[in-house]
Ligand binder design. Sequence first.
Ligand code: HEC
Length: 265
Amino acid sequence: MGSMPIAGEGLSSQPMGIRTGISALIVVLYIGLLASATHMVSHFENRDERPGFTLDDVTGAYHGIDSPGLLGTALERGHPETLPAAQRELLLSWLTGGRIVEDYDSLDLEIPPAEIIDLSCIECHTRAAGAATGSVIPPLEYFDDIKEIAFSRKVLPTPVEVLAASTHAHALALSIQGLVVIALACMTRWRRRWISLLIAIMGLGLVGDVGGWWLARFSPSWTLCIIVSGTAYSVSQGILLASVLADLWWPGASTSGTKQQTDTE
Ligand code: HEC
C-alpha cells in the first residue's frame, strides 16, 4: 500500500517475432484511429446543412437543431425600427407560411415581400455596405441572398435505434481496444505515474464520449463533452501506443535494476 508499483523490465526483452507482431498491429491501430477521424468529419460535416465541420454538426447529429432563420430572428427582435408594424407582420407570416419561394413576389399579397425588402432594406443591405462595415450586414440584393437566411434550420438528431446500434458496436469495440492498450502499456518499463495518468484520461474520455452521445439528446451542451472526451480518448491512446512502440524497440537497460537481461537469451 502507498508505494507506486514499479515498472517491469519492459517489452524490449521479448523475442523479435513478438515485438514485430505487436508493432505491426499497433501500426494498423494507428491507421484505424486516423481513418476514424477522417470518417467522422466527412460523416458529420453536412449535418447542420452548412459547409465545413463545426460544433453545430455534432449538435445536429446528437441533439438536433431547430433555429429560425436569420431573417426571421432579425425581424422578430424589431429590426429595422423604421419598418411599419403591418409590413413586419406580413414578412413574418410569409417566412413562417411554408411558401417562401412561391410568395416572394406574389401579387396576391397586400405588398409582395420582394417589394418591402426593396423599399425598406436595400438601402443598407448591399454588398457595398457590407464590405464597408466589415460585412456584419448580410446582403439582401438578390433572392438568392434572401433564401440563404430566410429558411429556418431544422436538423433531426440520429434516430434512437441507429444511435443504439452505433453504441452497441462502438462501446464494445472501443472499450476492449482500450483495455488491450492498457494491458500493453502496463507491461512497459515506463514510469507508472505517466502511464497511469494517460490510462485515466483514456478511460474517462471514452465514458464521456459514449455517455455524451446519449446525454446530448437532452441538452445540446453535452456536444462539447463528446468532442473533448472523444479527443481525449484518441490522443491518450495514441500516446500510450507510442510508448509501447518505444518500449518495444528502445534498447533495454531496465529501470527496475534487475539483471535478468543476461539470463534470457
Ligand atoms: C438603416 C439601415 C438598415 C436598414 C434599413 C435595414 N437594416 Fe438590417 N441591418 C443593418 C445593420 C447595420 C445590421 C448589422 C448590425 C445588426 O445586427 O443590427 C443589420 C443586420 C441585419 C440582419 C442580420 C441580423 C443578425 O443577427 O446578424 C438581418 C437579417 C437584417 N438586417 C434584415 C433586414 C431587413 C429584412 C430589413 C428590411 C425590412 C433591414 N434589415 C433593414 C442595417 C439596416
